[in-house]
Design a protein. Structure first.
Length: 305
């Protein structure tokens, strides 16, 4: 495990819609479950087809597998851009289970999760929402940035996350008994918490929690080098700049420079942008408007490039 921070991960986005598991670049073999799935499988589009690149940071992979084996709902906590989403995609691939990701936001309603009646030429027909599809057919459902959803929406997951394992579709008058393979994962960034925006204790206590944080220098350099396509020395410099900025968190910076941002900087460098400019654009400008803070971060950049 990482020294100061344990090991779990999660993710977030901001559209109400749900999306199929993304296909990550990779040279790894096709997941076995993909080749065996039938074409009329309602979850077919949700399988993660290629092995996502994921570097374990601690024992999060084993812990997640154990949690999955007993279907214990999982909560991934950590700052943005530290690998939570990538971890879930990797675990879905590793477990050979389809992944349905929902980007939570405050306009999301219960119907966006469970489903609604649609009008078509033949009258009305019911359409399952992402949570209902996952519960009915047995997918991993990932609610990304769940605190963004209103609390009255979040309580929908309560009967799914205790021994009942059911999902009531009130409008339809149906009670879905969860498929044995149904598994729910949520993520959130504790840094964004406020009194208005936090999960209820009654929600939190239904989940096992994994803490995610930025990897140590060695591992993060490898990730930045791989994902940003730069040599290890350049990656390491970027990670050191990131470290410096993270030390300023709480001293004028709300959030440190994430792994994602370091990868952006690396990608610009590998596209031929001068490293100092790449760092300004990808690392410094996005996180602060404060002139003194910009100067401090710019000089950290100049110390390395
Ligand atoms: N442990 C890791 N292994 C591989 N890539 C990682 C890891 N952690 C972060 N990344 C990279 O950082 C990017 C941002 O991570 P992401 O999972 O989207 O963050 P989060 O969901 O926590 O906001 C990923 O796209 C991936 O390229
Ligand atoms: Mg994410």
């Amino acid at each position: 495990m990482r020294p100061t921070n344990p090991k779990m991960r999660s993710a977030s986005v901001k559209q109400p819609a749900y999306r199929p598991a993304s296909v990550q670049s990779s040279s790894s073999p096709i997941n076995e479950s993909v080749s065996t799935m039938s074409s009329n499988d309602p979850l077919a589009q949700y399988y993660v087809k290629n092995q996502p690149y994921y570097m374990p940071v601690a024992d999060e992979v084993e812990l997640f597998e154990s949690a999955y084996s007993v279907r214990m709902p999982m909560m991934l906590k950590g700052p943005t851009g530290c690998g939570k989403t990538r971890f879930v995609e990797y675990m879905a691939w590793k477990l050979g289970r389809p992944l349905i990701t929902v980007a939570c936001n405050e306009d999301m309603t219960a119907s966006d999760l469970v489903g609604r009646f649609l009008l078509d030429a033949n009258g009305t027909r019911w359409q399952d929402g992402p949570l209902a599809i996952a519960a009915r057919h047995g997918a991993i459902c990932y609610l990304d940035e769940v605190v963004e959803a209103r609390q009255d929406t979040t309580v929908i997951i309560h009967p799914l996350t205790d021994s009942r394992r059911v999902l009531p579709l009130e409008k339809k008058g149906e009670l879905i008994e969860c498929h044995p393979d149904f598994f729910i994962v949520i993520s959130y960034n504790p840094g964004y918490q406020s009194l208005m925006k936090d999960l209820k204790q009654s929600t939190k206590q239904r989940f096992g929690g994994l803490d995610f944080n930025y990897p140590d220098i060695e591992v993060e350099s490898q990730i930045v080098s791989h994902e940003g396509k730069v040599d290890n020395e350049t990656a390491r410099k970027l990670v050191h700049i990131g470290e410096r900025a993270r030390n300023l968190k709480g001293h004028g910076l709300d959030e440190g420079i994430s792994t994602r941002m370091l990868i952006y900087a690396a990608s610009l460098i590998s596209a031929g942008v001068d490293p100092v400019n790449a760092c300004r654009v990808a690392l410094v400008r996005p996180i602060t408007d404060d002139v003194d803070m910009r100067d401090a971060l710019d000089s950290a950049v100049l110390a390395y490039f």
